[in-house]
Design a protein around this ligand. Sequence first.
Ligand code: NDP
Length: 283
Amino acid sequence: MAQILDGTRTAALVKEELRQRIARLGARPVLAMVLVGDDPASASYVRMKTRDSAEVGIEARDFHLPADISQDRLNALIDELNADECVHGILVQMPLPPGLDEEEVVARISPAKDVDGFHPENLGRLLRGQPAMRPCTPAGVMRLLDQYDIELDGARAVVVGRSNIVGKPQALLLLQRNATVTLCHSHTRDLPAICRTADILVAAIGRAEMIDASYVKPGAVVIDVGINRRADGRLVGDVDFEAVVPLAAAITPVPGGVGPLTRALLMSNTLEAYQRRLTASLA
Ligand code: NDP
């Protein structure tokens, strides 16, 4: 029976550590969160991030814009936040309503304030192994693996999913830690056989419970990034938890696995942005 990798508990540890570090600063890092439109899921993510901010001592400033806002006006707000010395981190909640260009928005945020770690400069620095703001979900996965002392050096890792926000940076972060990484996607041939080579299998696909026992080598560590809602309203991952739990060595649940760490790492990136600014202003 697999060990459960408890993301809720690990996120609480990360947040407590951050709370103490921020309390010692004697100042509050400021995170600007931009929500465009009224998508209920996006609004709920922003509420959760506001709660996390309050918990650790970060000041969250919410900017709620109408769905029909023009690209120019959205850009102007980002420019304003980039220039505002009191703002340390900027997050624009995705997805944006139709008609707005997400790539343009991501590239417009100052790399130093890009707490999501999506800016091309931060992704480029990640590729080159330089210090950079790390995308929160894959960085959260790394934190969880470390929390449970999972050996990465020399391990065979398979990542399924090649998005810019999860799969690709996840593969790079595992590579940086000397795992031997295979990155799979929808054109990969014989996916189950490749997945069965994995000591560490990361599923970031967006297909409910696709990864069943036939994809998993006995004794593998299985990380389920997926968040999917079943027709009955149940939240499930990309991994068929019940089928995989008897043969994996360790597995993340959904909910309560990677999700809480993603939010905790956003707080961590905000503190990092604050500290980098402080260091730059003292230099
Ligand atoms: P994307 O839709 O951007 O990417 C999905 C990836 O999965 C693509 O690379 C796609 O391949 C691949 N894929 C799709 N179908 C298959 C298949 N049948 N076999 C192999 N590969 C396949 O999704 P995201 O990366 O943004 O998110 C992935 C999941 O993670 C979603 O469920 C999302 O909700 C969740 N998520 C969870 C977070 C958390 O905090 N826990 C944060 C972010 C996302 P191709 O490139 O060829 O199309």
